[in-house]
Design a protein around this ligand. Structure first.
Ligand SMILES: [Zn+2]
Length: 404
């Protein structure tokens, strides 16, 4: 296919439009949602838009369904938001303008994951045109704020059970088209981010005993977390060793630290930005409770003896659960056949699938483009993935939904 042929395809047009909407997580996605809604209604889907207000910014998820209202359906999901590009060095093209050099297709969201959404839309249109009467239903779920620890799908799963009861039966399985180079993942870790803030008492460094140094106390907090990390390593299951050979256990990461005002002042506060990757079988709630209990016993209680104002708090906590679907299932078998490869070990990152599996929808992550391209300057996917992805999704929808 020539560059001209690629650029005159419907897939190009839909992808180009989606990439052109600035859906950086902090911004509104309503224009993109309106476009998705119009497209889906045009090809015969029922559409429900669920709007939200996040710190004054209007955002929405899209639910769209086609076919008989019965169980056993297929869900296909992707997130509409993208990571920021403003101030990110290295871009050679306008991140919001999709371009190709004949080998790769460039733009923010090409890999993560607007082209997959475009492939799913155009594929659905093709299948619907050929098979008006679906045997099993198809449900699209497009979310916002996936890049903010899955906050959009985290809110959506609170309303989905009611939607499945009143409007449309819960699908049997889900495909999430995050960039995996078309590798098939049945599991990934959960993810939590949070700030730990030590509130001490400031003062002049000439009389250290008159204050309580927050940086020094943060040292105790870091020691406790390092010990918990060591304990987590003692509880590795054989299954997690197989799924995540590079790092089987749940694990903390110290991301950013800051505190104090000057070299000659006692630091009154210290903030540590952290994350926690949670292996299947563990929960972030449980691990963080252990952490809080130990900090309370070993740090806060001693600080309070000095002053009741001292404290250690957790702020800005966002958490999304791990995902572990059966390696052998009707959808994993279909994906394995369509993409001609086995179901892989766990994905090294979190997705909306953790939330969907949490309410009982076994999910698989498989899509065009490479993880290494996501969030990078000059984000791109190979032209072959662009073209073959639509055919593959067409085949999946046809076999699951349209054939006996
Ligand atoms: Zn993504």
């Amino acid at each position: 296919m020539s560059t001209h042929d690629i650029q005159s395809s419907e897939l190009w047009e839909v992808s180009r439009r989606l990439i052109n909407f600035d859906t950086v997580s902090a911004h509104s996605n309503l224009e993109a949602v309106e476009y998705l809604e119009d497209y889906l209604k045009e090809i015969g889907f029922n559409v429900k838009v669920i709007t939200d207000d996040v710190d004054g910014v209007k955002k929405a998820s899209v639910l769209a369904w086609f076919g008989p209202r019965q169980p056993g359906g297929l869900m296909i999901s992707g997130h509409i938001d993208v990571v920021p590009f403003d101030g990110q060095p290295g871009w050679k093209t306008d991140p919001l303008v999709m371009e190709t050099d004949g080998k790769r297709i460039y733009g923010r969201g090409t890999a993560d994951m607007k082209i997959f959404i475009a492939q799913a839309l155009v594929a659905a249109k093709q299948v619907v045109q050929q098979h008006q009467d679906f045997k099993r239903p198809l449900l699209f779920v497009f979310t916002y704020d996936e890049e903010v620890a899955g906050q959009g799908s985290g809110k959506l799963i609170k309303i989905l059970p009611q939607f499945f009861e009143e409007t449309f039966p819960m699908p049997e399985m889900a495909l999430i088209g995050e960039p995996t180079d078309f590798e098939i993942y049945s599991a990934h870790k959960g993810y939590a981010t949070f700030d730990l803030v030590v509130h001490g008492i400031g003062g002049h460094s000439s009389v250290p005993k008159k204050g309580l140094n927050a940086i020094e106390k943060m040292g105790d907090v870091i020691r406790i977390i390092t010990e918990i990390d060591g304990e987590l390593e003692q509880h590795i299951t054989p299954e997690n060793t197989q799924l995540f050979p590079e790092c089987p256990p749940s694990a903390f990461n110290f991301g950013i630290i800051g505190g104090g005002l000057a070299a000659n002042m006692i630091a009154d506060t210290c903030r540590l930005k952290m994350s926690l990757r949670v292996s299947p079988g563990d929960t972030s709630e449980e691990i963080l409770r252990t952490m809080e209990d130990r900090i309370e016993r070993e740090v806060i209680s001693k600080m309070r003896e000095f002053s009741p104002e001292c404290n250690v708090t957790i702020e800005n906590l966002h958490a999304t659960p791990p995902m572990k679907s059966p390696q052998q299932s009707p959808l994993s078998a279909l994906l394995s056949r369509v993409f001609d490869r086995p179901v892989e070990h766990g994905a090294p990152y979190g997705t909306d699938a953790g939330n969907f599996q949490h309410i009982g929808i076994n999910s698989y992550v498989c899509g065009p483009g490479a993880l290494g391209q996501a969030h990078q300057p000059n984000e791109s996917i190979p032209v072959e993935h662009f073209l073959s992805g639509q055919e593959k999704v067409e085949q999946i929808i046809t076999e699951w939904c349209a054939q006996d």
